[in-house]
Every structure is written in structure tokens, then in C-alpha cells.
Design a protein around this ligand. Structure first.
Ligand SMILES: [Zn+2]
Length: 390
């Protein structure tokens, strides 16, 4: 028996609105709190949790940026001659994504999504390392650097394996009393919500499955650790998409050329622009100001969300749509999906959740980067108490 195991379980997209009226985890984690998320997608929310820092500090924000000088994709430009009927096929993209990821030695999550090959060499991909590993942040350290430095043995789930495989692996390692800290990342609910929306009966059904799995993990842990500190949390929520916005055709109606006058990345809920020639900013701004489904984010607001990058690395102008609007087509997808996240952090469905078996959640834990403090605190405590005991 070891004295203490801190068990952190991230259920992707299990937002506050998803669980607010659901008894999820009430038996084993009755203390729950709504947390503010971070502006951006999982590509920034997860690194913010893992590092305890905000986008401007760690610089893990949106995946694609305009950076032709550093683009690793130049060799893919040749594919622009292939018919779109092939290159826009999801199956082809998936195969090519795997191929490119290996070729370029990307260690994090990588997807070519729907970036046209005609323009791919304008862009760089910003997550070349995995934030789930030590030295995995674009800037600064994460919890795994802390654990390695303090020589705290830990479990972290492997994104290449299934949720069940990761669950079973953790149960085994807990059984061997090898670890003093665990970070589990389950991504399945996010994918389901994108497909079926937040009102589908499949969502509570999936929550019941997670309850079973957490129950199994807890049962295993309690057989080998006197105390288990359980935290179940999410990185963001999920909003249904009831309105589609074809922003691309509005911009392309202008007498401006992509790659010469301007560059843009159409994420699902944002469009990020770079202006390459004088005179390009004004007409684009005018078009955007006439789109009622969204707005240009002013600097002071970006600053409050700690997503105003002084070097404008992720875009010189950020246009964000209202909750429930989906930009289609975008560089993330050609076709609509039922639900999305990445809206303003104060939109109702953006909020994340934290559930725990601990009597108190510190008052200053109000946003997802603060989960890091709980991880660091409990990992250090477990190390201290478990030392020399197994
Ligand atoms: Zn998602």
C-alpha cells in the first residue's frame, strides 16, 4: 500500500453545460465547479492545463500560421495538380496526414484538415512537439517537466492508443504501485459531441460509460493507495451549430489575391488574417464589419483573454463568430458538423467543468490553467508521502 495517488482525468469537451443537469460523477466526485476555458481550441486549452499558463505565455495557440519562409509543406505543393475529387477526400487526407507527420517528425497532434494544396506552402504548423510529453511546450515547461525534474513516477495516457487501452494500462500500473501521479486524457466525448450535438441521448449514455471506467480506476487505486485524490475535468464545452457562414466566398469576392495581397486561415469559429500588401487590410475589414454573425476582436479584448501576441504570429486580425455559427467551408472542414467549440470563453457553452472528491476546491481555481496548480501541489505531496513506501 502507498499513501497517496493524485488521479487527474480529462474528459475532452465535458463542459459545464453538458453536466450541469446530469448526475455525472456525483457518487465519486460530488464537489463540482464551473471553470472558465481559454480562448482557442483544444490545441491551446490542453497545453494551458498542462502548463498552468495562458496562450501568450506558452504560444501553443492555433495550429496553422502564415509563415512561408518556415513552411515544412513546400513539397506538398505538387499535389495541387491532383483533382479535388481525390485531395478533398477525407480518406486521402488521413493517409497523407500520417505520411507527412512521419516525414516531418511531428510529435504532437497533426492533421492536414482541409488546407488546399495550392496554399499549403504558405503555412507552418505550430504543434511540432507533444504537450503531453516533457519539453513538449512551444515555450516554458509543463507538468511532465516538473514530474521529471522531481523524479516523480507518473502515468500519462498515450494518444495513439484507445481510451480503453489507456484505462487498462493505468489499472495495471496502479496495481504495481509504480506511480505517484496519473494524468488520463479521454478524447472520445469530444468526437461524439461534434457529430451528434449536445442534446443527443448518446451524450448521457457516454457519460455513464465514463462513470463505469472511472469506477474501475478508483477500485483499482483504492486497493493500492490509502488515499486517492480524484479530479475529473474538461478543457472546454460544446455548442450546437445552427447557422453556417460561408465567409470564404465573401472574402474571395474581393479583387485581392490570397498569398499575394493577404493570407488567411479559416478555423471553424475564427478567421485569422495577415496583410501582405498595403491596401489589403481596409477592404477585408469592411467586408468583415458587414458580417452580422461575428466580429473583429479588438486588441484590448484579446489582451484580456491573454491571446494578444505582440508579434502577431497567429494573425494580424482575428475575426470570431457568435456561438452557434460555424464557418463552412473552412480550412478545418469542407462539410458542416453538428457542434463546435472555440467560441468566446464567456459564451454559455464554452465553460469547462471540474469535479472532485476533495472537500474544497481552492477559491482561486476559476479557469482551466489553474488545474495545473492542483496537479503540481498533489504530485509533490504524493512524492513526499509515498517516498520509500510501496
Ligand atoms: Zn473538439
Amino acid at each position: 500500500m502507498k499513501p497517496l495517488l493524485p488521479l487527474f482525468i480529462m474528459v475532452d469537451a465535458c463542459g459545464w453545460e453538458i453536466i450541469r443537469n446530469d448526475p455525472f460523477g456525483k457518487d465519486f466526485a460530488p464537489n463540482r465547479k464551473r471553470l472558465e476555458s481559454v480562448f482557442g481550441y483544444s490545441s491551446t486549452c490542453v497545453p494551458s492545463i498542462l502548463s498552468g499558463r495562458w496562450p501568450v505565455e506558452h504560444r501553443n495557440w492555433c495550429y496553422f500560421v502564415y509563415d512561408p519562409a518556415n513552411s515544412p509543406f513546400r513539397s506538398l505543393k505538387i499535389l495541387r495538380w491532383l483533382p479535388t475529387a481525390i485531395t478533398s477526400r477525407r480518406i486521402f487526407r488521413r493517409w497523407l496526414t500520417k505520411f507527412v507527420k512521419v516525414q516531418l517528425k511531428f510529435r504532437g497532434y497533426f492533421d492536414l484538415y482541409n488546407i488546399p494544396f495550392r496554399h499549403i506552402s504558405l503555412f507552418d504548423f505550430t504543434e511540432k512537439k507533444s504537450p503531453l510529453k516533457p519539453k513538449g511546450m512551444n515555450r516554458g515547461t509543463n507538468i511532465f517537466d516538473f514530474l521529471e525534474e522531481k523524479k516523480i513516477p507518473y502515468f500519462v495516457s498515450d494518444p495513439a492508443r484507445t481510451e480503453e487501452q489507456n484505462r487498462d494500462e493505468l489499472i495495471q500500473r496502479v496495481g504495481r504501485e509504480e506511480i505517484d501521479f496519473a494524468f488520463m486524457y479521454w478524447a472520445g466525448l469530444d468526437g461524439l459531441l461534434h457529430m451528434v450535438g449536445n442534446q443527443s441521448p448518446e451524450v448521457p449514455a457516454r457519460l455513464r460509460i465514463y462513470e463505469q471506467w472511472i469506477g474501475q480506476l478508483l477500485a483499482a487505486a483504492k486497493g493500492h493507495y490509502e488515499e486517492v485524490r480524484l479530479y475529473v475535468f474538461s478543457d472546454h464545452g460544446m455548442a450546437n451549430c445552427d447557422e453556417l457562414l460561408d465567409l470564404k466566398s465573401k472574402i474571395e469576392a474581393l479583387p485581392l489575391k490570397m498569398g499575394e495581397d493577404y493570407a488567411v486561415v479559416y478555423d471553424s469559429t475564427m478567421a485569422r488574417f495577415w496583410f501582405l500588401r498595403p491596401g489589403a487590410r481596409e477592404p477585408i475589414t469592411q467586408v468583415l464589419q458587414q458580417v452580422p454573425q461575428g466580429r473583429i476582436l479588438p486588441d484590448d479584448e484579446l489582451e484580456r483573454m491573454r491571446a494578444k501576441f505582440e508579434d502577431r504570429y497567429f494573425g494580424e486580425l482575428i475575426f470570431l463568430v457568435k456561438e452557434g455559427v460555424l464557418i463552412v467551408p473552412s480550412h478545418m472542414g469542407e462539410r458542416p458538423i453538428r457542434a463546435m467549440h472555440g467560441y468566446h470563453p464567456t459564451d454559455p457553452h464554452s465553460y469547462a467543468s471540474l469535479l472532485t472528491n476533495q472537500a474544497a476546491i481552492p477559491e482561486d481555481v476559476t479557469a482551466i490553467p489553474h488545474i495545473y496548480r492542483l496537479m503540481e501541489r498533489d504530485a509533490a505531496l504524493a512524492r513526499q508521502r509515498n517516498q520509500g513506501k510501496s
